[in-house]
Design a binder for this molecule. Structure first.
Ligand SMILES: C=C(OP(=O)(O)O)C(=O)O
Ligand SMILES: [Mg+2]
Length: 570
């Protein structure tokens, strides 16, 4: 038995077998061969088993996650069956006497290069398919096993160095009972995903992959970050009790499902949810969400091999708007970059991806991707209460340009006779310090702000949100952050605009009293945090919290702020 501690990322307790989601080393030594015949034979075998793997994954994915998620594997099968691709690999073996591994590597790199440089989006996307298929064939040639998260069919806790959003998109909630990762923080996407799937997670453990092996028994406590490897029977019993207690607490919270989010002294706020796909709406409604405060649309673009069409997007937005039945739904336009990669877009690697070509910067330069998304949103707007939000806005010109494109598309649709809602609010995320500092000027032009503290904290403190070594500097309660939040709320209220927060800070029980005191109008969080937050707010007096917040703004360190809140919450 061994205990380690990581960063608690999603509430709840899980106990199950370890499933290692670890990418193996695919480097090879042998580059030449004296037996081309044997090498071709090895290649044929590897192609054959890869095909069987892909067919099995496709069927399983289709049955568990739906046909849309399975499409990517059909595209991969097409690559595998491409006669030209296979012929060239075999020629390299028979004519140049390369080993099967070297021949596969050379030919797939050649085709990837060719497709990446084509002036055709569709062909560029094929490069990502080739990369994926070659990886599978290579693994078979080397006799190593690639993880296939889509094939999990028993209860497990996924253990990984990190979980990419495309990995998490393939996970089946029925079987995956929790995550534990080496790296990441509370606001890394694996953590956010765990919360939206409502499964316990502990991230940033540094060494969980090294300390466990496939099939070990694991307990993770997402409430305090504890991870126990191969626990004693006694400890298993203790944790079973804890699981029961947590369930009971959830039942008490559930009585607040249809209640208002109103403080002890009668001030009402809105408790909304962050979602990543239409499937998440069910949990929002079950947890008494009063709206969607952030729909992260990038997940529509991930876990597949091509861009989603305008119609596909329209259907997703319409589904969410209809399901929310007139409650506000804030849809954020595509926010890729940073840790959110989309393979088929083939974006060049950057030295500092979090400071690079991402989100609104990418969309404004790729109108062929931005405009269809805006059209899909405008068309869907008649099905509910839509608000559109632009991510990572650093300068007023970006907002003006994005809004200009939105208006052009609105006019174009109306000219085509399409009805568009006349009352769509258009706002921005405040997640870059320049925008928080200039909130007064922005507030004259936007309809609302939603503060994205996940990024605002990392940019203000210059501390990567993914890096557990600088996690000590990633301080939501730092007076610098509180002063920025205060400034944004004041600027908006002076212009009669409202302010929400969709960063993870909005669900933090220590931050909620301060945010209420600072006058935040809307708190958007993972669905499972809504009821505990409602319970907390109903016990707080806004007038008292205004005094606490005022004192906190004048403090010098996060530690002082935390002691202040703790003393007031006793
Ligand atoms: C909500 C935010 O956006 P994301 O976590 O998707 O970057 C944020 O930055 O706070
Ligand atoms: Mg962000």
């Amino acid at each position: 038995m061994k205990k380690i501690t990581g960063i608690p990322a999603s509430n709840g307790i899980a106990m199950a077998k370890v499933y290692h989601l670890i990418e193996p080393d695919l480097t090879y030594d042998q580059t030449n061969t004296n037996n081309p015949y044997d090498e071709v034979h090895r290649l044929n075998d590897a192609l054959h088993v890869t095909k069987e793997d892909l067919q099995a994954i496709r069927t399983h994915t289709e049955n568990t996650l739906g046909i849309e998620h399975a499409e990517i594997f059909s595209a991969h099968l097409l690559v595998l069956e491409d006669p030209e691709f296979i012929k060239q690999i075999k020629d390299k073996i028979t004519e140049d006497h390369l080993s099967a591994e070297a021949a596969l590597d050379e030919v797939s790199k050649f085709f990837m290069n060719l497709f990446e440089n084509m002036d055709n989006e569709y062909m560029r996307e094929r490069a990502a398919d080739i990369k994926d298929v070659s990886k599978r064939v290579m693994a078979h040639l080397l006799g190593v096993t690639l993880p296939n998260p889509a094939l999990i069919n028993e209860e497990v806790i996924v253990v990984a160095h990190d979980l990419t959003p495309s990995h998490t998109a393939q996970l089946n909630r029925k079987y995956v009972k929790g995550f534990a990762t080496n790296i990441g923080g509370k606001t890394s996407h694996s953590a956010i995903m765990a919360r939206s799937l409502e499964i316990p997670a502990v991230v940033g453990t540094k060494e969980i992959t090294a300390l466990t092996k496939q099939g070990d028994c694991l307990i993770i406590d997402g409430n305090n970050g504890q991870v126990i490897i191969n626990p004693s029977n006694e400890l298993k019993e203790i944790y079973k009790e804890k699981q029961i207690a947590f369930k009971k607490q959830k039942q008490i919270w559930s009585t607040l499902k249809n209640e208002q989010s109103i403080s002890k002294d009668g001030i009402q706020v809105e408790l909304a949810a962050n979602i990543g796909s239409p499937d998440d709406v069910r949990a929002v409604l079950e947890n008494g969400g009063e709206g969607i405060g952030l729909y992260r649309t990038e997940f529509l673009f991930m876990g597949k091999s091509t861009l989603p069409s305008e119609d596909e997007q329209y259907k997703a937005y319409k589904t969410v708007l209809e399901a929310m039945n007139g409650k506000p739904v804030i849809v954020r336009t595509l926010d890729i970059g940073g840790d959110k990669e989309i393979d088929y877009l083939q974006l060049p690697e950057e030295m500092n991806p979090f400071l690079g070509f991402r989100a609104i910067r990418f969309c404004l330069e790729n109108e062929h991707i931005f405009r269809p998304q805006l059209r899909a949103l405008l068309r869907a707007s008649v099905h509910g209460n839509l608000k559109i939000m632009f991510p990572m806005v650093a300068a007023l010109e970006e907002f003006r340009q994005a809004k200009g494109i939105l208006l052009e598309e609105k006019n174009a649709l109306q000219d085509e006779g399409v009805i568009v809602s006349p009352s769509i609010e258009v706002g921005i995320m405040v997640e870059i310090p320049s925008t928080a500092v200039l909130a007064k000027q922005f507030a004259k032009e936007v309809d609302f702000f939603s503060i994205g503290t996940n990024d605002l904290i990392q940019y203000t403190m210059a501390a990567d949100r993914m890096n557990e070594r600088v996690a000590y500097l990633y301080q939501p309660y730092h007076p610098a952050i509180l002063n920025l939040v205060h400034q944004v709320i004041e600027a908006a209220h002076n212009e009669g605009k409202w302010v929400g927060m969709c960063g993870e800070m909005a669900e933090d029980p220590l931050a909620i009293p301060l945010l209420l005191g600072l006058g935040l109008d809307e708190f958007s969080m993972s669905a499972s945090s809504i009821l505990p937050a409602r319970s907390q707010i109903r016990d707080l007096s806004k007038a008292d919290m205004e005094i606490v917040a005022h004192d906190a703004l004048a403090m010098g360190t996060a530690e002082e702020v935390v002691s202040l809140i703790k003393s007031k919450l006793k």
